[in-house]
Structures are given as C-alpha cells and as structure tokens.
Design a protein around this ligand. Structure first.
Ligand code: NAP
Length: 298
C-alpha cells in the first residue's frame, strides 16, 4: 500500500540562496575536503554568495574538477585549490601560505574533511583507529590552529564551521573511531568559542544527517542502498534524505554577519533523525550481524 504520509517538504531548488547576493563578496573561504560531496556543496553556496573560495584536500584531480564547477556558479568570486593532507601541520601551514598568496588570509574556515568506514569496534586495528582520528580530529585541529594563530597575529576576526556528526552526542555503534573523533571536534567548538571569542573569532558546529551523494565510498554507500541521493526514506521522521545544498545554506548562515552572536553552538540539519525513538523497541542486532561479519575470532 502506498504510504499516505508526505514527511518534510523538499527544499528550494539548487540555485536559490537564503542570504542577500554578495554576502561574502571580498571574503575568502577555505573549505577542507571541498572537492567532493558535502564539502563541494558547501563551497558552492559560499561561491554563490560571492566568496573567493579555496578548496583543499589530497587528490588534485578532483580538486581541479571541482574548481571548474565552482567557478561556473553564478555570482562566484575567484576559486582556487591547494593540495594538502591535513594530518601534516607543515603542509597545513603551506596551505595557508598558498591561500594567502593567491586570495588573502581566509576569513572563513569550514573544517569538512574527515574519514570514515563502518567496522565493529573489536575489529578496528590500531592503524584504522589512527587513520580516522588523525584526519577527523587531529587534522581538524591542525587547520583550526593555523587559522586561529594567523588571525590572532594579524588582529583580524574570523569564523569557523566544524562539520560534525550526531553520534558525537549519542555514540556511534559501528563507528567507534569516527564517533570518538567527532565528539572531540564538537568539544573544540565549545572550548574555542570561549577562548577565541575575545579575539573576534567565532566557531560553530554543523551536523548533517543522512546526505547520500555520489562521491561516497563503497564502504559507506554499502549501508545506504535504501537511500539514494535526493530519495525518499521511510526510515527517517522527515521521510526523505537531505539535499547537500541544505548543509551549504546552514554553513553560509553560521559564518555570516547575520550570525555573529551565535558561537559555540552546534546546529543539526537532519530532519530530527538523531532524536528518533521507538515506542516499541526493535530487536537488538549486533554491529557484527548488521555488517554481515561472522562470530569474532571464529
Ligand atoms: P567525503 O565525500 O568522503 O569527503 C571527505 C573529504 O575529505 C574528501 O574531499 C577528501 O578528499 C577529504 N579528506 C579526507 N582525508 C583528508 C586528509 N587527510 N587531508 C585533506 N583532506 C582529506 O564525505 P562527505 O560525505 O562529503 O562528508 C563531509 C563531512 O560531512 C565529513 O566531515 C563527514 O563526517 C560529515 N558527515 C557527512 C554525512 C553524510 O551523510 N554525507 C553525515 C554526517 C556527517 P581527498 O581524498 O582528496 O583528501
């Protein structure tokens, strides 16, 4: 039988903007991991509002391709990229040197780059743990540190948006490494909002819900066969997944002049999926079973 419920309405189409045209004219915005997925969607919305955008990650081919797309966004300012592994603090300093040389010191930093894959906690190797925590938490800190130090030295204000995940609050069965790292990323928001507020540096968190996109790795997409990009999704209260531009709009608001008194806050954009509870609890299925893994050690 067809589901008579409609869920939350679809958002305005791609190309719409919630903020006035030119809100970011003359501003430089750095988005880590801006060549793919949600990072590219976020960079697109800053570009649409007139920002000069620099995207950074490890793979030059996808950065180059994304730069072409960003430059074609109506209203976009200048667009450039820098190859950088955020785990390397010297490479991060070089990223800022390169951005400053071409566009100027970024006024806005979006810490979007992260790594993730599902795995039962007991199967996580030390290297797998380190890889995710080093990128998601330590890498985010290295980029944030460089941004903060340069603004403090220059005595200029700035705004940071850390992309998080709701399992920072709830725990993330099957994602122990990423959930622990994202809890750290969220905690940095709260610490630095107080520590750097006096210097004019604002920092907020932004938590996407389920936003399937075509750049997702097979590992992650494997668990999402029911939820294609733009699809309805009867497993969520909204009865749909998120459209990447919805995260872009939230990021451009949080870093904008209209949100200057909002700092230390984490905004969740997920149709209330993270607050869902059942009146009748479903049967418990272990993470091993959910991932189709046999008995541990067998
Ligand atoms: P994605 O497509 O896998 O993007 C990750 C990006 O990070 C890639 O561009 C990658 O580029 C970059 N990256 C990874 N390791 C890096 C490193 N060491 N140095 C520099 N860049 C690195 O992921 P996504 O789905 O768009 O997610 C974006 C953000 O949203 C992440 O913070 C994620 O945790 C969060 N999130 C997403 C969802 C969702 O449903 N999509 C849900 C909750 C939270 P390179 O490989 O070129 O380095």
């Amino acid at each position: 039988m067809e589901n008579p419920l409609r869920g939350l309405p679809a958002p305005p189409p791609l190309g719409a903007a919630a903020l006035p045209p030119g809100t970011y004219a003359g501003q430089v915005v750095l988005v880590t991991g801006g060549g793919t997925g949600l990072g590219k969607a976020i960079a697109t919305e800053f570009a649409r509002l007139g920002a000069d955008v620099v995207i950074a990650s490890r793979r030059p081919e996808q950065l180059k391709a994304a730069c072409g797309e960003l430059a074609a966004v109506p209203g976009a300012g200048r667009v450039t990229y820098a190859v950088c592994d955020i785990r390397d603090p010297e490479g991060v300093a070089e990223l800022f040197d390169a951005a400053e040389a071409v566009l100027g010191l970024p006024d806005v930093l979006v810490n979007n780059a992260a790594a993730n894959f599902p795995c039962p906690a007991e199967d996580l190797s030390p290297n797998a743990w380190r890889a995710v925590v080093d990128i998601t938490l330590t890498g985010t800190w290295f980029v944030t540190r460089e941004f903060g130090r340069r603004h403090l030295a220059a005595d200029t204000p700035g705004s940071i948006v850390n992309i998080g995940a709701s399992y920072a609050w709830t725990g993330g069965p099957g994602f122990a490494h990423s959930a622990a790292a994202k809890a750290g990323v969220k905690n940095l928001v709260e610490t630095l909002a107080v520590e750097w507020g006096p210097y004019g540096i604002q920092i907020n968190g932004l938590v996407p819900g389920l936003f399937p996109h075509t750049d997702m790795t097979e590992d992650v997409r494997g668990g999402l066969e029911h939820a294609a990009p733009g699809a309805t999704d009867d497993r969520q209260p909204a009865l749909r997944v998120g459209a990447p531009r919805e995260v872009g709009w939230a990021a451009t608001f949080l870093a904008s002049p209209y949100a200057r008194f909002v700092t230390g806050h984490t905004l969740v954009v997920d149709g209330a999926n993270w607050q869902r509870r059942s009146v009748v609890a479903p049967p418990t299925v272990t993470v091993r079973e959910q991932l189709g893994r046999g008995r541990f050690g067998a």
